[in-house]
Design a protein around this ligand. Structure first.
Ligand SMILES: [Zn+2]
Ligand SMILES: [Zn+2]
Length: 345
């Protein structure tokens, strides 16, 4: 379907700041998506201007760059037999996401001047990322070598007693809705750092009125894929081992000497969560994809709770100038660089 304003016929997007569909021309807002032409994919053309719809095989929303229209590609809603079950709309728009990134990176020195100060705020884009939420049952075993040390004096002699304990924990674990992103394009490491998502405003199915303005594609691998299983298994293993370790108390030192864990996914839910993505290429683009990729920086903002994750570039010109002016010693400079490179959590 094509999103067109009932008042003036122009295109509409979802405005997360006012929680409504908004006309890009007359500014009117609407609670419901208008009934409109059905857009099939991948063979269809834009229902507004007739331009071809490109690379639409897996897209749910599509933005026609010729006429600035947003549309929903209806025939992709059910894909490989699966239909979206849950979706959470963003709680605020692109402007606030950009402000959150600026705040998160505000105390990091040596950033290029134009980082996060783009002339066009459209370089930060909104996206609904596909996830599978897994119910997981796991079981594991961990063995810890623990020690308590006691010292006392007798005459001129100090005695130290080492009590060594072997602690065994066998456990079962159950998890609901472990979120694993189902998009190959998304950087798993960064997206995991902006999770979890606030689901208090979660909607059932795929409400059409919250979709335009946000890129959206179907999942890349099915929910029973080996890759997603390995990620959910690692997620629940790490969580379980942390909790089990925290239950081993009363010792001066605790060392894990054995561990084992296995899990199975018992159910999955097909869901979409909102993310803002900011892409920055340091320096002017070379046109060489590999060189540009190495100098590109991606930052994600969780659209439900504003958590930010990503890596900031370093302006080497500023860094050199700083060292000349300040005359910092090597030890300090190493510490500074380590600080700059740290991930923003
Ligand atoms: Zn209008
Ligand atoms: Zn068009």
């Amino acid at each position: 379907m094509l999103y067109t304003c009932p008042s003036c016929g122009a295109g509409m997007t979802y405005d997360a700041d006012v929680h409504s569909l908004k006309c890009m021309s007359c500014g009117n807002t609407f609670e419901q998506a208008p009934a409109s032409d059905r857009i099939d994919s991948p063979a269809a053309s834009c229902a507004n201007c007739g331009a071809p719809i490109e690379n639409a095989e897996k897209k749910l929303t599509y933005h026609c760059e010729y006429c600035d229209s947003w549309m929903l590609l209806d025939t992709n809603i059910t894909y490989q037999g699966l239909t979206p079950q849950k979706i959470v709309p963003p709680n605020s728009g692109r402007g606030r996401a950009l402000e959150k990134i600026r705040t998160a990176f505000d105390n990091i020195a040596f950033m290029p001047d134009d980082f996060l100060y783009p002339e066009d705020d459209r370089c930060i884009k909104g996206e609904y990322v596909p996830f599978f939420l897994y119910d997981v049952e796991g079981e594991g075993r961990a063995v810890y070598e623990c020690e308590n040390t006691t010292s006392w004096d007798s005459g001129k002699t100090t005695y130290t007693k080492h009590d060594i304990y072997r602690v065994v924990r066998e456990y079962r674990a159950r998890y609901r809705d472990v979120p694993i992103d189902a998009s190959d394009r998304i950087n798993d490491r960064i997206i995991d750092r902006v999770a979890p998502f606030d689901r208090s405003d979660e909607r059932e199915g795929l409400p059409k009125e919250i979709l335009p303005g946000y890129e959206m594609s179907v999942f890349d691998k099915p929910p029973d894929s080996e890759e997603y299983y390995e990620r959910s298994n690692a997620w629940t293993r790490d969580s379980s081992e942390d909790r089990v370790l925290s239950s081993v108390r009363g010792y001066d030192s605790v060392n894990r000497v054995e561990s084992g864990y296995s899990s199975r996914n018992t159910a999955s839910t097909y869901a979409f969560f909102p993310v803002y993505e900011y892409n920055y290429v340091y320096g002017s683009k070379t046109g060489d994809p590999e060189k540009d990729r190495k100098r590109s920086y991606t930052i994600y903002v969780n659209g439900t709770n504003d958590r930010v994750s990503g890596r900031a570039p370093i302006s080497w010109w500023k860094l050199n100038l700083h060292f000349i002016v300040e005359g910092l010693c090597t030890v300090v400079s190493v510490a500074a660089i380590a600080g700059i490179l740290r991930m923003i959590l």
